[in-house]
Ligand binder design. Structure first.
Ligand code: ADP
Ligand code: MG
Length: 456
């Protein structure tokens, strides 16, 4: 940044050569440098009389000298003390070799408070196989927004770190490029904002809405699946998306399913979502889950025993938020009883209400009910012999979940499902077990239904 005092001192050196010594002393030496405004240097004198003389006799010489020192300064203005504030509010920060950077007026230059949660950073995000791609993509985008992966589309089941990553990007950009305008909104907020704009029919509000979205450098929309069925918002978002995209602004979107599976979202939006990079976050393996638990525990300054970490990680497999809930209970009970929970047995006892009972209260009809609700099919159909495509998968998923969550003999499961043979049950179970490993959509479906059941 060019220091105006130093710059003016250099200019005076030059002026002292081209202006007679006595005139220099009377008119030039007493001028005070105020600031730069665009390509103009602002100098202050004490009286209107002095200003008149300088303007008429010396202005051209001053212009020549300052321009010789820095070619982007092309004009000079002489002001009186009462104009000082008004010029200062319009001042420009000059960066050497980079031309001009317009700065905000001093009153607004106070650092804005970050809208991002401090605890959600890249440092607190534990990397594992399940999230490595998503993490790398988010870091790239945070370092170089709008350049490589645009839009970045991240999807996963609930509680697997999407919101955490968005805040991490926000926090990093906020720290390193505080002048960037990063906007984070949940799709839910977007919908309600738009409803209010439509309802109020006020042009002013409409303009504010457009301005808010179109002026951002980075737009993050969390949980885009919320736009399903909201046609007006989809339409508005489509235009916002296009404007930002064509302006090379970074767009980051999260969802609970892939663009392909956002089936009821307008095709033109789905297509656009696939223009950039799509990454998913899978369910973390036990090792990563344990690492996450240890990380959270150390943030809470809680000494988490390995056995307890293992126990929690084994009992909460599909949702990190839920797993954190179990850790919080351990921390809470430890502080309450002053008796640190540091063995598997104590942990099992402390969490028994939250783990075993929940599983105990689930029966086959709950599972079938949840599967039918998820796939929007009827129980009669799932139990029937019909082999249509839309029934085969839900039926197999229901069978898989029953074998996974209940201890029910295979023959009995076969009976529930319209007297099917136990080998059919084994086939269904194994098929879904394989699909979970190979097909992210099935994995997410199963995880979501499990969540529906365990978080009732
Ligand atoms: P989502 O938005 O996908 O539903 P969140 O981002 O809200 O999930 O994550 C749920 C919780 O799990 C948060 O507290 C988050 O910090 C934590 N979490 C998820 N993945 C990780 C990870 N890899 N490392 C650390 N914490 C994680
Ligand atoms: Mg979220």
């Amino acid at each position: 940044m060019i220091n105006i005092e130093e710059f003016w001192a250099d200019a005076k050196d030059g002026l002292s050569i081209s202006i007679q010594a006595i005139s220099f002393e009377v008119w030039i030496d007493k001028l005070k440098p105020v600031c730069f405004v665009d390509g103009t240097i602002v100098l202050e004198t004490i009286s209107a009389n002095a200003k008149r003389t300088i303007d008429t006799k010396y202005l051209d010489t001053i212009k020549e000298v300052v321009n010789g020192l820095n070619s982007s300064i092309t004009d000079v203005v002489i002001i009186l003390p009462d104009q000082r504030e008004s010029y200062l509010s319009k001042q420009t920060v000059f960066i050497k070799n980079e031309g001009l950077v317009i700065s905000e007026p001093p009153s607004q230059r106070v650092k804005k408070k970050s809208p991002f949660l401090e605890k959600y950073t890249f440092e607190t995000f534990v990397e594992g196989k399940s999230n490595a791609y998503a993490l790398a993509a988010c870091k790239t985008v945070a370092e170089d927004p709008g350049q490589k992966f645009n839009p970045l589309f991240i999807y996963s089941g609930v509680g697997l770190g999407k919101t955490h990553l968005l805040h991490a990007i926000g926090n990093l950009i906020y720290k390193e490029k505080p002048q960037s305008n990063v906007l984070y909104v949940s799709a839910e907020t977007l919908v309600s904002e738009l409803i209010s704009v439509i309802r109020n029919k006020s042009n002013d509000e409409n303009n504010k809405f457009r301005e808010k979205y179109r002026s951002c450098d980075i737009l993050m929309i969390d949980d885009i699946q919320f736009l399903i069925g909201k046609d007006a918002t989809q339409e508005a978002f489509f235009h916002i998306f296009n404007d930002l995209y064509h302006d090379n602004r970074q767009i980051i979107i999260t969802s609970d399913r892939s663009p392909k599976d956002l089936t009821t979202l307008e095709d033109r939006l789905r297509t656009r979502f696939s223009w950039g990079l799509t990454v998913d976050i899978q369910i973390p393996d036990t090792e990563t889950r344990v690492a996450i638990l240890k990380n959270k525990a150390s943030q809470m300054k809680f000494d988490l025993a390995d056995d307890v970490a293992d126990f929690i990680a084994e009992n909460s497999t599909t949702n990190i938020r839920e797993m954190e809930g179990l850790l919080n209970k351990i921390v809470f009970f430890s502080s309450l009883t002053n008796n640190i929970i540091n063995t598997r047995e104590l942990a099992a006892e402390a969490l028994s209400d939250f783990i075993d009972e929940k599983k105990d209260t689930i029966d086959a009809s709950d599972i079938v009910g949840a599967v039918c609700k998820y796939y929007k099919i009827s129980p009669e159909d799932i139990f029937s012999k019909k082999k249509t495509k839309n029934l085969v998968e839900p039926r197999m998923v229901a069978i898989y979940l029953i074998t996974d969550l209940l201890t029910m003999p295979l023959v009995q499961i076969g009976e529930i499902f319209g007297g099917r043979d136990h080998t059919t049950i084994i086939h269904a179970r194994d098929k879904i077990t394989d699909e979970i490993k190979l097909n992210p959509r099935v994995r997410i479906t199963v995880a979501d239904i499990k969540n529906m059941l365990l978080n009732r």
